[in-house]
Design a protein around this ligand. Sequence first.
Ligand SMILES: [Zn+2]
Length: 447
Amino acid sequence: MAVYVLDKTGKPLMPCSEKRARLLLERGRARVHRLAPLVIRLVDRRLADSAVQPLTLKLDPGSRFTGMALVRERRKRVSVLSLLELVHRGAAIRKALEQRAGFRRRRRSQNLRHRAPRFNNRTRPAGWLAPSLRHRLDTTLSWVARIRRWAPITALAVERVKFDLQAMQSPEISGLEYQQGELAGYTVREYLLEKWSRRCAYCAAENVPLEIEHIIPRSNGGSDRVSNLTLACRPCNQRKGNRPIEAFLKGQPELLARITARAKTPLHDAAAVNATRNALFVALLKTGLPVATGSGAQTKYNRRRLGIPKTHALDAGCVGEVEAVSGWQRPTLSIKATGRGEYQRTRLTAHGFPRGYLTRQKRHFGFQTGDQVKASVPGGKKAGVHQGRVAVRQSGSFNIQTPAGVVQGIAHRLCILIQRADGYAYAQNPTFDRAQPQQEAARTGAR
Ligand SMILES: [Zn+2]
């Protein structure tokens, strides 16, 4: 993994290798500026005295993950310096807001029944995005800004995906006509293959011819809408016939629940990407750097042609016009958005009744939940050195989330602060050095 390097005044220099960073630190020529991701600061060098090459930050924005690749680009030949993967928490935000709305709704209907409904006078500004989408945009931009502080980035490249679903909703053709066209059939089938992971929805058979199947049969009033379609192998399709799915899967309640849940699930992820793609592009243009764009198909073509496995960060490396990619066999830094705690101080039961209260202050004994700490426990059952994300308690007995699991009840006196909480958790994903076929098939809602 590349180590970011700053000069003595904090201006970005070319990233270096881990080995070089270790030597610089050992010889006292550099200080650790930040641990995750590792940034060092040279004590004896100025930007003016060093050679800096132009770097490009490539982005593959997705709904759950955004891949980022820091590369050096010369005549369409890309050499990868650093791979990052940003894990969004849009789903968590949406769930929290839905829960809050539910609690408020209950309070209003139970306690304020007499109150007249208020006039619907709330408007949303132009370009408004739902909080879960806003978060995707904000975290992505925040990481672009951070990496710009640590590396001499001179250009950006971003994949501008647009899902085919959009084309199906184009006003020129009515939905039904479009679906019966040859191309439309192909698009629908491709979409279904992605949605149902390329296997029979009922018996999970893979690598067999799959037929498009109506969950609610046409004869029972089921529509041709994509949300009513699934994939089945020939035997399953024939056995189901025109029975409703409830009758067909009578003995398998879990499978029934899974299929009906997925059937109702629209393309959340695709919709999220479609909704934010322009906003992200416009925001990236505002950085003042040149922004190149590429299509999703182009990325996939590049990746397949060059035999590069499918990960979010490597996808980012393949964005745009690329002839060759080198140095991609390296681990990925996974950056997971964790939030910075909750505003609400009351913990509630599933029914909205208070279960317990969080403390008013977030910091105890100089630590805050989310800080990276290292604890050396001299003896007892938890003897050893534990390093990871801390969860604080008022009592001073902390929990530490280590890669091996949670270590409970560590005294605050034993903890040493490594890095303050910044709303993200960091982990290293292993190197992928060859394509994995099942990974290709199983991915959903990526890009
Ligand atoms: Zn089957």
